[in-house]
Design a protein around this ligand. Structure first.
Ligand code: NAD
Length: 517
C-alpha cells in the first residue's frame, strides 16, 4: 500500500450524504477501517477554517477489535530476535526521512503549523526511532556467575504485551513516535489513539510501518475521543498506557488507568518560565523569548509562556521583544515565507484571545494585541497575531492558566530569589530556562529549580532522544519520563533468573531461606 497516496488524498466514501468529505480511517490488524460506531468527527484546515476531513469515533467494539489484533500479534513479535525488530524500525526510519515532506504537509493541513516546523517535529520524532534501533544493546541484561556454589543469576527485560498511547493535537507525529518506537522495538504491540483534531498523520505513520515490515496487528490506530480512551483504560488486555495532553485529562488517565491495574505515564500541561537576569545579553534573550513564545503559535508544551524579568532588565527586554513582533510573518503553513501559522481551531483561538481582555481587566498592560493582525480580522482561518502582556502578576488568569497560544506574558520581579520562588510555586514543572552570563547563578538555578527540563541560555530544552522527556509536579503523573532510557524501562519489565544445573552430588533437603553458600 502506498503511504503517500492513501493518506494524503484519501477519498474513501462513506454511506452518508457526506461522501464528498474524505475520511481518515482507523488502522486495525494491518487494514484501514471505517469502524463500527457510525459516529464521526470533523477535521478542519486551520488556515482556511473549512472542514476538510471526517474521522470515525471509535466505540468500545472498535477498540476491542484493535486490542484483539494487537494481542494476537504479540507472541510472535515478542519472540522475534531484537535485531530483527531493530532492522524493521531502521527501514521505517528511512521511510520517514524519504516521505518527510508529505508527512509534514499532512500535519500542516490539519494542525496549521508551518511546513518547516512540521518537518522539525517529524525529525525529532525520528530521532527516537533511531534510538530505538539500538534495542539489542539496550535489552542486554546482567549476569553474575556463581552467586552461590554452582548457582548463577541473571536479569532479563521483557515486553509488557499490548500497550496504548493517547496523544495530543500539537505534535500529531512526534509524540506518537516518542511512544511507539521504543514500545515496538522492545517487543510490545501498540494501540495509538491520536487527537481527533489532526488524525491523518497517524495513518500515514501506520502505512509506513507496514511498508517497513511491521507485521499486521503490531501497530494499530483507533480514532476517537473520550469513548475510545475509556474503552482503552478499562480493557483488561491493555498492560500500559502512555498519555500526553492537558493536566486535567492526564490526571484522569493516571487515576483511572492505575485503578484498573495498568502501568501509566501521563504527561500534562505546562506554564514554562524564562528567567532573565540583569546581566543577560538582551538581544539574545529577546530572540529566544520570541522564538520560544511564538513558534508553532505557542501551541507547544515547551513554549515559553512567561518571561520573568529580574531587576532593571524589564524595560530594555520588553522594548527589545516589542521591536521584534511586527517582523514575525504570519500566514498559512503552506506559505514558505510564513513563520507562524493559525491556531488549531476557532474555539481555541477565541479562548486564547480572551486572555487579552482578562489580563487588561485585571490590571496588566497589553503591549501588543494579536487581534489587530489583518488575518485575525479578515481571514476565515483561525489566525491570531502575536501578543505581549506586561506587568502581569501571579493572581491574574493569564498567568494562572495554560494559554497555549501566541501570548507572551511578562512578570517583573526584584531579585533572583523572587524569580525562583515564582517558578517553584507554580503548579506546573515542565520546562524552564534562565538567561544570564553568570555561571554560578546558572549552576545554582539548575540545582534549586523544580522542573523536569532546564535550559541555560536555551529557551526550549527538549532533551535529545537518548535522554528522557518529562516534567515535574502537575506536568507528569507517574514515575517514568518518556522515550530514552526511562521510556525503555516503562515498556519493559525486569525478570531475574537464578539457575542451577543438576549436580546430584550437591542435592539435599534444606528448609531454610536460600542463602549464599
Ligand atoms: P487534551 O488533553 O485535550 O487531549 C489529549 C488527548 O486526550 C486526545 O487524544 C483527546 O482525544 C483525549 N481526551 C480529551 N478529553 C478527554 C476526556 N475527557 N477523557 C478522555 N480522553 C480525553 O490535550 P490537547 O488539547 O490535544 O493538547 C494540548 C495539551 O497537551 C496542552 O495542555 C499541552 O501542554 C499538553 N502537552 C503536553 C506535553 C508534555 O510533554 N507534557 C506535550 C504536548 C502537549
Amino acid at each position: 500500500m502506498s503511504a503517500t497516496k492513501s493518506s494524503t488524498a484519501d477519498d474513501r466514501a462513506t454511506p452518508s450524504d457526506e461522501t464528498a468529505i474524505p475520511l481518515t480511517p482507523h488502522f486495525i490488524g494491518g487494514q484501514t477501517r471505517e469502524g463500527l460506531s457510525g459516529r464521526f468527527g470533523d477535521v478542519y484546515n486551520p488556515a482556511t477554517g473549512r472542514r476538510a476531513r471526517r474521522v470515525p469515533m471509535a466505540n468500545a467494539a472498535d477498540v476491542s477489535e484493535a486490542i484483539a489484533a494487537a494481542a494476537a500479534a504479540f507472541p510472535a513479535w515478542a519472540a522475534a530476535p531484537p535485531l530483527r525488530r531493530a532492522r524493521v524500525l531502521n527501514r521505517f526510519r528511512e521511510l520517514v526521512d524519504r516521505h518527510l515532506t508529505s508527512l509534514a504537509a499532512i500535519i500542516t493541513s490539519e494542525h496549521g503549523k508551518v511546513a518547516s516546523d512540521a518537518a522539525g517535529e517529524v525529525q525529532r520524532g525520528n530521532e527516537v526511532v533511531e534510538f530505538a534501533t539500538g534495542i539489542p544493546q539496550m535489552l542486554k541484561g546482567e549476569f553474575t556467575e556463581e552467586v552461590g556454589t554452582g548457582v548463577d543469576c541473571y536479569s532479563l527485560r521483557q515486553p509488557l504485551g499490548v500497550v496504548a498511547g493517547i496523544t495530543p493535537f500539537n505534535f500529531p507525529a512526534m509524540v506518537p513516535m516518542w511512544m511507539f518506537a521504543t514500545a515496538i522495538a522492545a517487543g510490545n504491540t501498540f494501540i495509538l489513539k491520536p487527537s481527533e483534531k489532526d488524525p491523518s498523520a497517524s495513518i500515514f505513520l501506520a502505512e509506513l510501518l507496514a511498508e517497513a515490515g511491521v507485521p499486521a496487528g503490531v501497530f494499530n490506530v483507533v480514532q476517537g475521543d473520550k469513548v475510545a480512551v475509556d474503552a482503552i483504560l478499562q480493557h483488561p488486555d491493555i498492560e500500559a498506557v502512555s498519555f500526553v495532553g492537558s493536566t486535567p485529562i492526564a490526571r484522569y488517565i493516571y487515576e483511572t488507568g492505575t485503578k484498573a491495574g495498568k502501568r501509566v505515564q501521563a504527561l500534562g500541561g505546562a506554564k514554562n518560565h524564562m528567567i532573565v537576569l540583569p546581566d543577560a545579553d538582551i538581544d539574545m534573550a529577546a530572540d529566544a523569548a520570541v522564538s520560544a513564545g511564538f513558534g508553532s503559535a505557542g501551541e507547544r508544551c515547551m513554549a515559553i509562556a512567561t518571561i520573568v524579568a529580574v531587576g532593571e532588565v524589564g524595560d530594555p527586554l520588553v522594548d527589545a521583544i516589542t521591536a521584534r513582533l511586527p517582523k514575525i510573518r504570519i500566514g498559512p503553513g503552506t506559505d514558505p515565507n510564513a513563520e507562524m501559522g493559525p491556531l488549531v481551531t476557532g474555539q481555541h483561538r477565541d479562548k486564547v484571545a480572551s486572555y487579552l481582555d482578562s489580563g487588561e481587566a485585571q490590571g496588566a498592560t497589553v503591549v501588543a494585541d494579536g487581534r489587530e493582525h489583518p488575518l485575525y480580522k479578515e481571514s476565515d482561518g483561525f489566525f491570531l497575531g502575536v501578543s505581549l502582556i506586561d506587568k502581569v502578576t501571579p493572581s491574574m488568569d493569564c498567568y494562572r492558566d495554560e494559554i497555549f497560544g501566541p501570548v507572551l506574558t511578562v512578570i517583573r520581579v526584584k531579585t533572583y530569589d523572587e524569580a525562583v520562588r515564582l517558578v517553584n510555586d507554580n503548579p506546573y514543572g515542565n520546562g524552564t530556562a534562565i538567561f544570564t552570563r553568570d555561571g554560578g547563578a546558572a549552576r545554582q538555578f539548575q540545582f534549586e529549580i523544580n522542573a523536569g527540563m532546564v535550559g541555560i541560555n536555551v529557551p526550549i530544552p527538549v532533551p535529545v532522544a537518548y535522554y528522557s522527556f518529562g516534567g515535574w509536579k502537575n506536568s507528569l503523573f507517574g514515575d517514568l519520563h518518556m522515550y530514552g532510557p526511562e521510556g525503555l524501562q516503562f515498556y519493559t519489565r525486569a525478570k531475574i533468573v537464578t539457575s542451577r544445573w543438576p549436580d546430584p552430588g550437591t542435592s539435599k533437603i534444606d528448609l531454610g531461606f536460600p542463602r549464599t553458600r
